[in-house]
Design a protein around this ligand. Structure first.
Ligand SMILES: [Zn+2]
Length: 309
């Protein structure tokens, strides 16, 4: 069977998030794998390998965290700013399943850094901000975590532990098939819900983790990076391998696609906020103003400066 046939025969191998619950362990979670969506986002810019891998991890984390938003148009944004080799990393999610992202980096500083380097090597000192916007209910909140620890997964785990006081484990893995230039990334998030209920009072203090939670994290840690990223394994298979003793309940998958919100109208309304003189300064020798979307690299050309209202 060719690899094409495997992809056609099985659903839930890439660009999908599966929510699940393991009642016997008081655990809820989500498992994600991205493939063609990553290729599409990463192709918009020529990133060094270390930056591409970091962005792939961040997009997978964004799909894991954002897929909890079910309200049409609900948004989640991850933004990391630092003084290090990767100066800016932005990814966002828009319900029901669009992701996008980009990174800015210093080419000289990033040159000696290996793919999969630790957060301090990639960012130096910096912070990761997580913003959630639920447009319909007008609900907005932001949480911030230091870019510490070995990986983005560790930083995300400590974010949940400190901001939401929810015992959480995050796994992220990335694989690059160099010959075909294909990217795959996988992620797992599990959280402990005592008595299986959100908001219920915790039976065990943080310094004495619940045995169910201990067992769940031990299982999550046995997951190999290859299982998370291998497109010939469905996500159901991965979940069953992990939690078969406790029979995970798997919910409707959420399909992930690459999306961008840049439109000519939106960019025009940004340009209108500049003064006439500033717009004159933006003109290129041919008199046009060119605006490039940082996310998808699309160029927008305005022949005349946008009129002020
Ligand atoms: Zn765009």
């Amino acid at each position: 069977m060719s690899s094409e046939a495997i992809l056609l025969d099985s659903t839930n191998v890439a660009d999908v998030v599966l929510p699940f619950q393991v009642d016997g362990l008081d655990v809820r979670g989500r498992i994600a794998r991205l493939g063609p969506t990553l290729d599409a986002v990463l192709a918009a810019h020529a990133y060094p390998a270390a930056v591409a891998r970091l962005l792939a991890e961040a997009l997978t984390l964004t799909a894991l965290l954002g897929s909890v938003l079910r309200e049409e148009g609900g948004q989640l944004t991850l933004q990391a700013k630092s003084n290090g080799p990767v100066s800016l990393l932005v990814t966002d999610y828009k319900a029901p399943g669009e992701v996008r992202g980009y990174a800015e980096f210093d080419p000289e500083k990033i040159a000696g850094i290996e793919p999969g380097a630790s957060l301090p090597e990639l960012f130096g000192e910096g912070y990761l901000a997580l913003t959630v916007d639920q447009t319909a209910s007008n609900d907005r909140y932001q949480g911030i975590v230091a870019l510490e620890g070995a990986s983005l997964a560790e930083a995300a785990g400590s974010y949940f532990e400190t901001s939401e006081q929810l015992p959480s484990r995050v796994r992220l893995a990335v694989r690059h098939d160099g010959l075909a230039n294909r990217w795959y990334a996988g992620g797992l998030l599990i959280q402990h819900l005592p008595r299986g209920e959100e908001g219920a009072q915790r039976l065990f203090a943080a310094d004495a983790p619940h045995p169910n939670w201990q067992h769940a994290t031990v299982l999550a840690d046995t997951l190999r990076d290859e299982e998370l990223t291998d497109p010939s394994l469905t996500l159901e298979t991965v979940l069953w391998r992990l939690f078969h003793q406790d029979q995970p309940r798997i919910y409707t998958p959420i399909v992930i696609t690459k999306g961008c919100r840049c439109t000519r109208e939106r960019i025009q309304s940004v340009l209108r906020q500049f003064s006439f003189n500033e717009l004159m300064d933006m003109r290129e020798p041919d008199g046009a103003i060119r605006v490039n979307c940082a996310f998808c690299s699309k160029d927008f050309v305005f022949e005349r400066p946008a009129e002020k209202d």
